[in-house]
Write a protein that binds this ligand. Sequence first.
Ligand code: EPU
Length: 336
Amino acid sequence: MKIENNISLKQYNTFGIDVTAKRFVSIDSVYQLQQLLKIEKDIFLISGGSNMLLTKDIEKLVVHINIKGISIDRENKNDIYITVNAGENWHDFVLWCVSENYGGIENLSLIPGNVGTCPIQNIGAYGVEVKDTITKVEALDIETGKLVQFSNTECNFGYRNSIFKNEAKGKYILTSVSFQLTKTKHNLNSSYGAIEAELTSKNITNPSLKNISEAVIAIRESKLPDPKKIGNSGSFFKNPVIAKSQFLELQKEYPNVPSYIVSDTEIKVPAGWLIEQAGFKGKRFGNYGVHEKQALVLVNYEHATGEEIYQLAEKIKETIFKKFRISLEIEVNIIT
Ligand code: EPU
């Protein structure tokens, strides 16, 4: 465990924002983390850096969670129980599961970030949320330095939400996540329009986990920018949920507005559609802008500052509110 000074965080965040950590340490075991917490508790955590927008240099000690390792806890004829340490790359874990024929997370292929942060915003895509496979999350209590466990229910998962974004925020460091995956009788989820279309185009009628994973990868690659090439944090905003009455008004003016029913009284509207209607899709403002193929994604072409991207997000929010009377909520963690 070596504390380094003045380290650029550019390679540690998928937006590729070049801010400096005054002090930086990479941690590769729970024991190291416990030792560190004995001397310093006021820390700034970074893992895959895929859901954050850094707007300035970090004064606190930056702790990079790099705890690796995957272990199989138990298995029976139908299911396997696996614990994955926080620093494992999410997509590599998905690919490994697909290659071993363990089902449940194939729809979540190619999502950037690490396993340890997947429960925080309950990552989700193409009809699946990670909460459906998580059995337990283990975390270090920063105050006591002790390991604690959260059951699936205790995580209080919701749409892009969990206890770790609410009452538990800032109190714990997630060290591992346990999953229950299927070995047989996979519960395949290929009904999402884009997946169905991709499989049909390949004449696949009875898809395997691999077919679904490959379809998701193809869809994501066609719509979402690769963070290694263009800095981004995926969906910058959540899809807003509005009252059905407001939705019906909106539909009168825009008969083609896409929507998902949330309840008898509430409808979810894609933020990407709203942003596109407001004319921001594909708009470039020098070093940063709105992705040309998915308006929900803000991008750092090169050398943008976090503040510039944040100001663009605020401008988008303001415009959407003026045009539609809908408040967009930022999904990405803004570090100010
Ligand atoms: N749409 C537009 N213009 C756009 C983008 C989308 O009109 O620029 C429309 C599409 O035509 C479609 C609808 O909006 O009718 C939904 O689009 P899409 O299927 O691309 O999904 P999304 O609602 O924009 C959500 C997640 C994504 C996830 C996809 C697929 C959120 C905030 N985002 O996006 O998650 O990959 O569904 O399941 O819920 C992420 O969180 O980083 C992320 C990429």
